[in-house]
Design a protein around this ligand. Structure first.
Ligand SMILES: *[C@@H]1O[C@H](CO)[C@@H](O)[C@H](O)[C@H]1NC(C)=O
Ligand SMILES: *[C@@H]1O[C@H](CO)[C@@H](O)[C@H](O)[C@H]1NC(C)=O
Ligand SMILES: *[C@@H]1O[C@H](CO)[C@@H](O)[C@H](O)[C@H]1NC(C)=O
Ligand SMILES: *[C@@H]1O[C@H](CO)[C@@H](O)[C@H](O)[C@H]1NC(C)=O
Ligand SMILES: *[C@@H]1O[C@H](CO)[C@@H](O)[C@H](O)[C@H]1NC(C)=O
Length: 512
């Protein structure tokens, strides 16, 4: 009885919703139709459909006759369907069409005579190799044009001259070797041409791009930052090019530039970057810098200068950087780090110094640090005076150094420490090291201890969990507990909860 009832309800539901809906499609009350695994655009699509989404199908060719009934269509999305061609004028009469997305197909050309109502056109991941003068004619409402990952080799301003409303232009991953200017797109705020083959940007290129805010030329063959960049710019990406020098005097007019990305170039020095007064993010990773920039912009919040050849960090380098929060100096050859060099950086929370040549933990680091990464240096010990001010420290990474003993006092002064990485050091597993182990456990710090290097009979033992060492030191521990007359009873030893195989680096930047 119940089953029959359910069956009837289901039947009436499916009728109510799907009376008009073609096979392999689902149609909902908002006039949205979604279809998968088709071999042609179905004939039975309701004429009132506003949004038609087809993906993972095999529809080699689109025809005018496929769309003649769809007079209310606002969005057509055809994804991953192997479409190679579109009959002339197929979309011409769809006067309400606002969004056309033909991603991941095999188109070689932009479909002809697109309707003037179009606001979004995305043709990413096709094989379009040429843009014709007429391709975008009359598209006065178009705001977003995406042609990423095609085979386009040149761009001329006349192709885009109709697009008076265009706000975003994405041409990443093509073969563009040359562009000419001026590009007249008065409302363009975002342009990206990453991973092309540009050697040169003509000086006139930006003359009529007075609204441009975000520009990326990363992944080209540029040897200089283009001249005459628009004053409106907020971010500029020039990573993975062939820059040897940057003339910041030519960029002085970029008064609102806040993000500058110059990683993976061939820069051997940076002079004059302080002229970019409002810069908050500067990325210079993977260049050939031997010294820190002489002066840095005073509003900087993030500086990434990792993977260079920097040897020294001095107090002068960072004296004005009161807003600095993240400093990445890892993978350099820093051997000299002046005491107090970062003391004026009273917001610094993240300091990456891993893989340098430091022999000790730098003195007088700012008390605001939450993460300090010193792995892969040549640090031999941990002293109380180095760590005593770091009341906010949550993550301390000292893995792969040359530390053999722990100063208990140094660690007791870190009230917020949650993760401590000590493995990869040549630990001398004395009973006093074991005492440090008990204190860390009691604090609830997650510790990666690593293995004993000495004495000989304990080599290879894991000092944070070895029961053998524990038994050996029991007597010793008990004596010290008694002599200190501690108020708390010593806790019974809990089984070690250290997850030995988890990748700790995950924690380094994921903490709040
Ligand atoms: C849609 O186009 C295909 C060719 O891709 C054609 O075979 C089919 O008949 C067309 N359907 C309609 C309804 O026009
Ligand atoms: C489609 O249009 C282009 C130019 O707009 C024209 O060269 C071509 O001959 C047309 N194709 C057909 C089949 O009409
Ligand atoms: C810089 O930003 C300010 C504040 O948003 C704005 O008023 C000013 O017009 C911008 N300058 C330029 C050149 O765009
Ligand atoms: C920094 O930005 C502010 C407002 O966003 C602006 O008034 C100031 O002129 C800018 N500084 C420089 C040096 O351009
Ligand atoms: C380990 O520590 C003990 C006791 O402090 C000391 O005698 C011994 O020399 C140390 N061993 C090594 C290899 O440093």
């Amino acid at each position: 009885m119940y089953l029959l009832y359910t069956f009837l309800v289901l039947l009436s539901l499916s009728k109510g919703f799907n009376s008009d809906c073609p096979r392999r499609c689902s149609c909902d009350s908002a006039q949205w139709v979604q279809c998968y695994r088709l071999t042609e655009v179905p004939s039975g699509i309701p004429a009132t459909t506003k949004r038609l989404y087809i993906s993972h199908s095999k529809i080699q060719h689109l025809q005018l006759s496929n769309f003649t009934r769809m007079l209310a269509l606002e969005e057509f999305i055809l994804l991953a369907s192997g479409t190679e061609s579109v009959e002339n004028d197929t979309f011409k009469t769809l006067s309400t069409l606002k969004t056309l997305e033909l991603w991941k197909n095999k188109l070689r050309q932009v479909p002809s005579t697109l309707p003037a109502s179009l606001e979004v056109l995305k043709l990413n991941d096709n094989s379009i190799y040429i843009l014709h003068e007429s391709d975008f004619e009359g598209l006065k409402e178009l705001k977003i044009l995406e042609l990423k990952n095609n085979l386009i080799s040149s761009l001329s301003p006349s192709t885009l001259s109709s697009l008076v409303s265009l706000q975003s232009l994405m041409l990443d991953d093509n073969n563009i070797e040359s562009i000419t200017g001026p590009l007249t797109l008065p409302h363009l705020t975002r342009m990206s041409m990453e991973n092309n083959k540009l050697h040169l940007i003509p000086p006139s290129f930006f003359a009529s791009l007075q609204s441009l805010k975000h520009l990326s030329f990363s992944g080209n063959f540029l040897t200089k930052i283009p001249n005459n960049l628009p004053k409106s710019l907020l971010s500029l990406k020039m990573e993975r090019n062939q820059l040897k020098v940057v003339r910041f005097r030519d960029m002085k007019h970029l008064e609102n530039l806040s993000h500058l990305y110059l990683s993976k170039n061939s820069l051997s020095s940076i002079d004059g970057v302080q002229l970019l007064d409002n810069l908050t993010t500067l990325e210079l990773s993977q260049n050939q810098l031997q010294t820190l920039p002489l002066r840095l912009p005073s509003r900087l919040q993030k500086l990434d200068i990792s993977n260079n050849l920097i040897q020294r960090v001095t107090a002068q380098d960072f004296q004005d950087l009161r807003d600095l929060k993240h400093l990445f100096l890892d993978n350099n050859i820093v051997s000299v780090f002046e005491a107090g060099a970062l003391q004026r950086c009273s917001q610094l929370s993240n300091l990456a110094l891993e893989r340098n040549l430091l022999l000790s933990i730098p003195l007088r680091l700012p008390g605001t640090l939450a993460r300090l990464d010193l792995k892969g240096n040549a640090i031999q010990d941990i002293a109380e005076r180095e760590l005593k001010d770091l009341k906010q420290l949550q993550v301390l990474n000292l893995r792969n150094n040359k530390i053999s003993a722990l100063d208990l006092k140094a660690l007791e002064g870190l009230p917020r420490l949650r993760h401590l990485y000590l493995d990869g050091n040549p630990w001398n597993c004395t009973c006093s090291l074991l005492r440090a182990r008990e204190v860390l456990k009691a604090k609830g710090t997650d510790v990666r201890g690593g293995q004993c290097a000495a004495p000989a009979e304990r080599q290879g033992e894991s000092w944070m969990s070895s029961k053998k060492i524990m038994r050996h030191c029991e007597h010793h521990l008990l004596l010290t507990e008694k002599s200190k007359e501690t108020k708390k009873k010593p806790k019974p030893e809990e089984p070690s909860s250290i997850r030995v195989s988890m990748d700790d680096d995950y924690y380094d930047y994921e903490l709040d």
